[in-house]
Design a protein around this ligand. Structure first.
Ligand code: MG
Length: 175
């Protein structure tokens, strides 16, 4: 069986709406995803980088993120044909471990705990494919990077791109 590694934030978990709402509410702003095409919020508001990171250090931040549409059904189907590992760069926010683990158990209970990889540098991951929204993880990855579209990566080229989970299904399982 070939092995697929899958990122969590902005791929399985809809991270951005909550992060944006916290920032907007605290600053009386109304930034939308449309304002963030081709860039990250910390680039648009570079004077608030530390506060933006602090939202993510809240141990509960990752606990109630919405599940990306169709990700549960598609991952369940992939699971029959591929070895699936969930690979999240959790060392960036070590306080997120418990919330991320509980979120996975809630929404992806059919996956085995031993296939969850909370890691630092993803270049250690040995898989045939990595589905991720950050191209930096592909640079030293030995398998095929699959870029999951997010507002910040719309200008990236050089990798197969999927816009949603139906695209993931088509890429790996045909239509
Ligand atoms: Mg991500």
């Amino acid at each position: 069986m070939k092995r697929i590694a899958i990122d969590m934030d902005e791929v399985m978990a809809d991270f951005m709406p909550k992060h944006l709402k916290l920032f907007n509410d605290d600053h009386g702003e109304s930034i939308t995803i449309d304002d963030l095409q081709g860039k990250k919020l910390r680039e648009l508001r570079s004077d608030h980088v530390e506060q933006l990171a602090n939202y993510l250090r809240d141990p509960s931040f990752f606990r109630d993120l919405d599940v990306m549409p169709d990700s549960q059904e598609v991952i369940r189907d992939l699971y029959e044909h591929y070895e699936i590992f969930i690979t999240t760069a959790a060392m960036e926010f070590p306080t997120s471990f418990t919330a991320k683990y509980e979120w996975l158990k809630d929404h992806f209970s059919f996956l085995n705990d031993l296939n969850f990889v909370f890691c630092g540098d993803k270049s250690i991951i040995h898989a045939d494919y990595l589905i991720d929204d950050n191209v930096r993880h592909f640079k030293r990855f030995s398998g095929q990077g699959i870029l999951y579209t997010a507002h910040h990566n719309i200008h990236e080229t050089g990798y197969p791109r999927v816009d949603n989970w139906q695209d993931v299904r088509a890429y790996f399982l045909g239509s």
